[in-house]
Design a protein around this ligand. Structure first.
Ligand SMILES: [Zn+2]
Length: 140
């Protein structure tokens, strides 16, 4: 792969660029699981419980579409899309937080969604999990 910082060719499994020393985060192993353990890995350290909250508002158009779909019945796709986005964002934030603690995995990931009312158009997605350090089972 190519180092995003200095554009030099580095090994696929490198965690840091050997030339400029910048961390190659995209390729770094990071595991997230809703279960308390990850098969094939052993938790070597628990770094703490982390939370990420993403309040979101839907745009005026989204709100309009949602109310239209509510009238027609069926799945509110405008809403689903927004929720998916919010979950993704919450997950990214959770990951960032875990990384800042030095974790390489999050176990017991859980999502909670609160709707502050369809009129308010605000949805709060919170993600919690336990930041841990894992290593492949069988490693010394
Ligand atoms: Zn580099």
């Amino acid at each position: 792969m190519i180092c995003p910082n200095c554009k030099s060719e580095v090994a696929e499994d490198a965690r840091f660029c050997p030339r400029c020393g910048s961390p190659l985060l995209e390729k770094e192993m990071f595991l997230m699981s809703t279960t308390p353990t990850i098969p094939g890995y052993r938790i070597s350290r628990v770094l703490g419980v982390i939370t990420a909250i993403t309040p979101r508002t839907r745009g005026v158009l989204g709100k309009f579409i949602a109310s239209w779909q509510t009238m027609l019945g069926g799945e509110v796709t405008a809403f689903t899309k927004e929720l998916e986005k919010a979950r993704k964002e919450a997950m990214e934030r959770l990951k960032e937080r875990a990384r800042s603690l030095g974790a390489n995995a999050i176990v017991g990931v859980d999502f909670e969604t609160s709707d502050l009312g369809i009129g308010a158009g605000v949805v709060v997605v919170s993600a919690t999990g336990t930041a841990v350090l894992v290593e492949p089972e069988g490693a010394l």
